[in-house]
Design a protein around this ligand. Structure first.
Ligand SMILES: Cc1cc2nc3c(=O)[nH]c(=O)nc-3n(C[C@H](O)[C@H](O)[C@H](O)COP(=O)(O)OP(=O)(O)OC[C@H]3O[C@@H](n4cnc5c(N)ncnc54)[C@H](O)[C@@H]3O)c2cc1C
Length: 538
């Protein structure tokens, strides 16, 4: 048995965990351990942005979970890859830099969480950011997370933007500006055309600090306790079972699946679920694994007659060489793209105050995420509702820490989610019908223009829709009976353990979830340090 001891033990080196490791180890007088189930980020395709399409299902650096059988999707299981490597999902994600809407955070504050309004969290978004356009009231420069513009010109993207404007969607340069609404190019978490995961941005610059120990191949199974105080973690560290002790705190940053799973395996969660899995209840907390939220998208695929689809490159060695050379020499071109090049944030109804639907437009097409590209020149326009009302659950089904939990997202269960998705699909069709994009469309490959009634479009969304990989909310912050952590992210009813990752979002942010998760960890690191100072002073 090993029995190392650190002041802080951080579980999970993902988007949040790497931020915490950096910030907490800034204080040379404390010791920090960062435990990561996966390995180092040596796979070269992690660092090439378009490598996203290769790595999303790579078993060496991901764990493939499944959400389902989904009741509203005919019992389908929706594939949920999660990063299992230094950087976590920020090492395999689509790189889109989207903070969400100011109102998202004002709602968190309104739900009874002091310190989480947009005004409160904005300094943490700015502190994290290294915005290549420079600073202004809303943006920061010089932070660890590099944010860059798209480094590619593409006629299909230009045509789609013009058609969206023709369909009355305003053009915007910045989805993270004063208003989110509009059509424009996404910004990416890239640095000089290479991926800026949190391992790259936050961990690499500080990994030689003597007070920071990064342990890969370290899978935490449970917390260890003295009464209701967490004293450390138990797990398999480089193949050896053992304990690692925390003098001050354990910080769970294992993500929206890993963190509630560790809590449940530790006997912290809904009693019925724990008992059914053969776990003794240490601390009843009904909300652990509840309140699961995710974005669900319907993907429209078009065959195009104009040049510019990445599909052409995928199927031509000559073009691959050209694109590869362009990237190697200039760090520009098709290899710098992420999970969307053009985005739209729009209102499904004019009377709404802020957008409720998001588009991801890509100059490439495939049957599914991570699959080979079509042989015809294609593009994808995918649409999603931003603030779904459906709620799901995550439950362990055995005491085996290596067993995957049962996950049901309940996609499209709420009537509002179906209605908004339908409106989003209709907006997509209106955009595609405008010139100049309409002139270059050969056919709608999926679902096909012949499907146009509400029932047909909804049947398509149920049969073919997929996740945008944003699960969150499974250890929500708040003070109601289903809350798992308080506004300082400490687990209700326990001491010595916090959750700091996408699990704590009480409601989803209106957009992709990497930047908000990084903000959460930036803010949490200040709270952890302030609480430690207060304890010393008391
Ligand atoms: C394919 C994909 C595409 C995405 N695209 C985008 C995008 O374009 N833009 C965007 O903003 N967001 C995107 N996201 C979402 C975003 O990346 C996540 O919301 C964010 O990374 C979540 O951060 P986290 O810290 O909560 O969890 P993670 O980053 O998942 O980190 C959790 C870490 O904990 C480790 N871990 C888990 N369990 C244990 C354990 N028991 N012991 C030790 N370690 C453990 C994991 O291996 C992992 O490294 C995408 C996600 C995916 C999967």
């Amino acid at each position: 048995m090993t029995a190392e001891i650190f002041d802080y033990v951080i579980v999970g080196a993902g988007s949040a965990g790497c931020v915490l490791a950096n910030r907490l180890s800034e204080d040379a007088s404390v010791t920090v351990a960062l435990l990561e189930a996966g390995g180092r980020d040596t796979n070269p395709w992690i660092h090439v942005p378009a490598g996203y399409y290769r790595n999303i299902n790579n078993p060496a650096i991901t764990t493939q979970y499944g959400s389902g059988p989904e009741p509203e999707l005919g019992g389908r299981i929706v594939n949920w890859p999660r990063g299992r490597v230094l950087g976590g999902c920020s090492a395999i994600n689509g790189l889109l830099y989207v903070r969400g809407q100011a109102e998202d955070f004002d709602v968190w504050r309104q739900l009874g969480n002091p310190g989480w309004s947009f005004r409160d969290v904005l300094p943490y978004f700015k502190r994290a950011e290294n915005q290549e356009r420079g600073t202004d009231d809303l943006h920061g420069a010089g932070g660890p997370l590099s944010v860059e513009d798209v480094r590619m010109e593409n006629p299909l993207c230009e045509a789609f933007i013009k058609s969206a404007v023709a369909a009355s969607v305003p053009f915007t340069r910045d989805f993270n500006g004063a208003s989110q609404e509009g059509v424009g190019y996404y910004q990416l978490t890239n640095k000089n055309g290479r991926r800026c995961s949190t391992a790259v941005g936050y961990l690499n610059p500080v990994k030689s600090r003597s007070n920071l120990k990064i342990i890969t191949d370290a899978t935490v199974a449970t917390l260890t306790f003295e009464g209701k105080r967490a004293t450390g973690v138990r797990g398999r560290f480089r193949g050896v079972q053992g304990d690692i002790k925390a003098r001050r705190e354990v910080v769970l940053a294992a993500g929206a699946i890993g963190s509630p799973q560790i809590l449940q395996l530790s006997g912290v969660g809904p009693g019925g679920v724990l008992k059914a899995a053969g776990i003794d209840v240490r601390h009843e907390l009904a909300g652990v694994g509840a309140n699961l939220q995710d974005h669900y998208q319907a993907r429209f695929i078009y065959e195009c007659r104009a040049k510019g689809s990445l599909n052409e490159v995928w199927h031509s060695y000559y073009k691959q060489l050209k694109v590869g050379l362009e990237y190697a020499l200039t760090r520009r071109g098709l290899l710098t793209i992420g999970a969307g090049v053009v985005g739209i944030f729009a209102k499904s109804r004019p009377d709404l105050e802020t957008p409720d639907v998001q588009f991801h437009f890509m100059p490439l097409s495939a049957e599914g995420s991570g699959q080979g590209l079509h042989t015809f020149p294609g593009v994808i326009s995918s649409v999603a509702q931003l603030r779904p009302e459906s709620r799901g659950t995550l439950r362990i089904t055995s005491a085996d820490p290596d067993a995957k939990p049962a996950i049901i997202s309940n996609y499209l269960a709420a009537e509002a989610d179906r209605r908004v998705l339908l409106d989003a699909m209709r907006l997509n069709r209106r955009i595609v019908a405008q010139k100049p994009f309409s002139d270059i469309v050969v056919r709608e490959y999926m679902p096909g223009f012949e499907l146009s009634s509400d029932d047909e479009l909804m049947a398509f969304a149920r049969a073919k829709g997929t996740t945008i990989f944003h699960p969150c909310g499974t250890a929500k912050m708040g003070s109601d009976a289903m809350a798992v952590v308080d506004a300082r992210l400490s687990v209700h009813g326990l001491t010595g353990v916090r959750v700091v990752d996408a699990s704590i979002m009480p409601t989803m942010t209106s957009g992709n979830t990497n930047a908000p998760t990084i903000m959460i960890a930036e803010k949490a690191s200040d709270m952890i340090r302030a609480d430690a100072r207060a304890r010393v002073a008391a």
